[in-house]
Write a protein that binds this ligand. Structure first.
Ligand code: SF4
Length: 296
């Protein structure tokens, strides 16, 4: 969106599906900021923004764009704010944007668990309809090695609480996160966790190394063996095979993915697995054959 009457505190991130949403930064950075693979907010010190500053940005923006329908609350985990503060912000958004029909934010499972079910229902009723949660893995060993600060159980508790309150969930799993050594347990336990959560949306991203592989390996508290693209796709196959979901929209269309898959789990599960098998058996279909032959 161009011509907003305020400046963002860069860097600014949002999920791909929030491309057409208006973004307000209600916090800066990530309150956890310790995950081994993540450098999104490593240049920022976490802080919450003053309500008066957010309020004035909302009011000034509404003078020019009062037909906004979707708002995304940034930065890394806006859900860490107290319920009272979030309600204040949601009230201000509803007052200024009469056509608003969805507010969303990134959240950590612990941020959700720290709120009561009644508070979550109040937030949902005030417009907070969707939370994006990078659960990364359902495997406790992998979660510990990457210093996620969450476990299988803490993730499950937080996300089920959000679901019970009627808040929709979009969860992310990081393909290749445990490296080759932990690949199978990462895929199997991630599928198990997702099966219990039953999110509306599930997506995968591929582990990347913005500051180089060595930088990541130093922060990974385990034996990291980098995976080839073939290994990554085999891991995807295990993950999808093990899912038992009825109505989850799956996407692996983030730029980091080598194989784009989109569909509904379970309706399109077999079709997606067929596509994976086709690529594994005939690498030329993927356009990655030469790289695979060189073991990249
Ligand atoms: S919680 Fe999310 S934003 Fe924060 S460091 Fe971990 S992956 Fe990055």
């Amino acid at each position: 969106m161009f011509g907003l009457p305020f400046d963002y505190n860069e860097p600014l991130f949002r999920p791909p599906s929030e491309a057409y949403s208006l973004i307000f930064q209600v916090t800066l950075g990530c309150s956890w900021n310790k995950c081994a693979f993540c450098e999104m907010y490593s240049s920022k010190k976490f802080k919450t923004r003053k309500f008066e500053d957010v309020k004035s940005e909302i009011e000034n923006t509404a003078k020019e764009y009062n037909d906004i329908r979707k708002v995304f609350l940034a930065d890394g985990n806006a859900m860490v704010l107290s319920s009272a503060k979030l309600i204040e912000i949601l009230t201000e958004l509803n007052r200024n944007f009469p056509k608003l029909n969805r507010v969303s934010a990134y959240a950590l499972p612990n941020d959700i668990s720290s709120k009561t079910k009644e508070e979550l229902i109040e937030l949902k009723n005030a417009g907070l309809k969707l939370l994006y949660v990078g659960i990364e893995s359902g495997d406790d060993e992998v979660l510990k090695m990457i210093t996620k600060g969450e476990t299988y159980n803490s993730t499950l508790d937080g996300l089920l609480k959000a679901r019970e309150a009627g808040i929709k969930l979009s969860v992310m799993i990081l393909n290749g996160l445990g490296g080759k050594k932990y690949s199978e347990q990462h895929a199997i336990n991630s599928a198990k966790l997702v099966n219990e959560i039953k999110p509306e949306f599930l997506s995968t991203l591929v582990l990347s190394y913005p500051y180089g592989e060595d930088h990541f390996i130093k922060k990974f508290n385990g034996d990291f063996i980098k995976m080839t693209k073939m290994d990554l796709i085999k891991e995807m196959k295990t993950l999808i095979e093990k899912t038992e979901l009825e109505n989850t929209v799956f996407r692996s269309d983030h730029a980091s993915n080598y194989l784009v898959l989109k569909g509904n789990l379970s309706r399109d599960k077999n079709e997606m697995l067929n596509r994976i098998n086709q690529v594994l058996e005939n690498p030329e279909y993927s356009g990655l054959r030469e790289e695979w032959q060189r073991g990249l």
